[in-house]
Design a binder for this molecule. Structure first.
Ligand SMILES: Nc1ncnc2c1ncn2[C@@H]1O[C@H](COP(=O)(O)OP(=O)(O)OP(=O)(O)O)[C@@H](O)[C@H]1O
Length: 455
């Protein structure tokens, strides 16, 4: 027999010494690299005797999640946002150890999940649940929804069969469904209702943390807000903590207390929601918030313009992974040529011109590349003096000869690779203007020693 009071107090009856606002989960230096072979052709070798069994040639590493650290505080909703393919789902599955981490630690209530035996982990899973995007495929169509909700309780040995049925009906009511529908099959429900069934199932084992992986993305916009509101109500009632993954900033704004922004396997910014929306510090976050993907490389720094494509996680850029698309790439000061160190001596304005020129060569975004045209486009008052100008002139000559690959390689070696953005992985704490949490921005613009003299 499960009473309403049992439902709301069960959580508190569990041994749980973590206070509200204290870290429930601490993720440190988490890394997940997948190994990928070179594809079908690369997998077979022909020798004089015919085919030999498939072999893995040139296995390549997909750096899906790389050196990610963050905390999830008890009672909060941490939003995790980023474009498709940036590693959000891999991160979620790795912290649940549904896939094995390559490196790093995942401390949940002080115990490292990454070190846990599979038996202990199975028990721990009761405390951490996950809800997936597609409510259709995550429900067994041949199982009645009552049994679906009861299944995790059964797996974890909670209650007797009568108690499970009672609790399942109670939970269906809690998530906004009619308990009379206990014996119905999933096909009788709408997308939003099916996601509510998933929610009841996750709640059935009294979790502390629910990882919500795009839980409303497949639903109509009108239904999304209702499901989000239910999630919030349940959070208040059961003292739940959420890691909420989505690519949709309006959903993040609705549900999160703090927000983490991910780009190409890295966390680039974490802050309180108000701080992130009102005082974003990473150029990628700013571009995401403005969401104006205008591919115009001649634009030399307008807020929110995001040129180029996301690079492949098979070969991510060195240093800051966003640097290949960043309009604020830091000015290199010195060029190390063997033993010799050359000072560029560029002004800020000259660097902006050169930066825009480099982008147009990298993205091949112009109709023509002859010297006069490029000069008019980027260097109206002539190329800069000194070393920087000399390198630019060499690149202009190569472009004029239609040797764009060489021009690109030259600019990369002489300018981009000399920038701190290509050399160091950034991680800085910045001043919080809104809210109280620590604000982290992984951008060298916040390196006090470098940014002040160049920006
Ligand atoms: N099992 C796997 N083997 C190889 N690469 C993988 C595997 N799973 C994911 N990846 C790659 O890891 C990267 C991150 O994928 P992930 O699904 O985590 O991103 P995401 O941000 O959740 O994207 P989406 O919102 O589209 O699901 C992608 O480049 C993806 O192709």
């Amino acid at each position: 027999m499960v009473t309403e009071t049992d439902m709301t107090t069960y959580q508190n009856s569990q041994p749980d010494e973590i206070a509200y606002g204290e870290p429930l989960m601490e993720v440190a230096n988490l890394t997940k690299h997948f190994t990928q072979s070179d594809g079908v052709l690369g997998s077979f070798e022909l020798n004089t005797d015919g085919y030999v069994p498939p072999v893995r040639r040139n296995p390549r590493k997909v750096e899906a999640v790389d050196d990610v650290s963050f905390e999830i505080l008890k009672g909060e909703t941490l939003g995790l946002v980023g474009e498709s393919g940036c590693g959000k789902s891999t991160l979620a599955r790795t912290i649940l150890r549904l896939i094995e981490p390559t490196d790093g630690s995942i401390r949940f209530k002080g115990t490292d999940l990454a070190d846990m035996s599979s038996g202990t982990l199975r028990k721990k899973r009761q405390e951490i649940q996950i809800i997936f995007q597609d409510p259709q495929s995550s429900l067994n169509p041949r199982m009645k929804i009552g049994r679906i909700v009861e299944e995790p309780m059964k797996a974890h040995g909670l209650y007797d069969s009568e108690g499970r049925e009672e609790r399942a009906k109670e939970l269906l009511k809690k998530v906004g469904l009619d308990p009379q529908h206990y014996n119905r099959y999933p096909h009788a429900f709408s997308g939003g209702q099916r996601q509510r069934v998933n929610l009841a199932r996750a709640l059935s084992v009294n979790p502390d943390l629910i990882v919500c992986d795009e839980p409303v993305s497949a639903l109509d916009v009108s239904i999304q807000a209702q499901v989000l509101n239910t999630l919030q109500e349940l959070q208040d009632e059961f003292g739940l903590t959420y890691l909420f993954i989505t690519h949709d900033l309006s959903v993040i704004r609705h549900i999160s207390d703090r927000v983490a922004v991910m780009y190409l396997g890295k966390l680039v910014e974490i802050a309180d929601k108000a701080e992130l929306f009102e005082n974003p510090q990473h150029p990628y976050t700013k571009a995401l918030l403005d969401s104006i993907p205008i591919p115009d490389p001649r634009n030399s720094g307008t807020r929110g313009v995001l040129p180029g494509d996301v690079p492949s996680p098979l070969n991510p850029p060195s240093g800051c992974r966003f640097r290949t698309r960043c309009l604020r790439l830091m000015k290199p000061d010195r060029y190390a040529n063997g033993d010799e160190t050359i000072e560029y001596g560029m002004t800020k304005n000259e660097w902006e011109q050169i930066r825009a020129f480099i982008r147009s060569i990298s993205y091949r975004s112009l109709e023509q590349y002859d010297r006069d045209f490029l000069g008019d486009q980027f260097f109206e008052d002539g190329v800069p003096d000194g070393t920087a100008g000399q390198f630019v002139s060499e690149a202009l000559s190569l472009a004029d000869d239609e040797r764009l690959d060489e021009a690109e390689a030259l600019l990369e070696e002489r300018f981009i690779n000399q920038s701190i953005c290509a050399r160091e992985d950034p991680y800085y704490e910045v001043k919080t203007e809104y809210g109280t949490s620590t604000h982290i921005a992984a951008c060298h613009l916040h390196n006090k020693n470098v940014a002040q003299e160049t920006d």
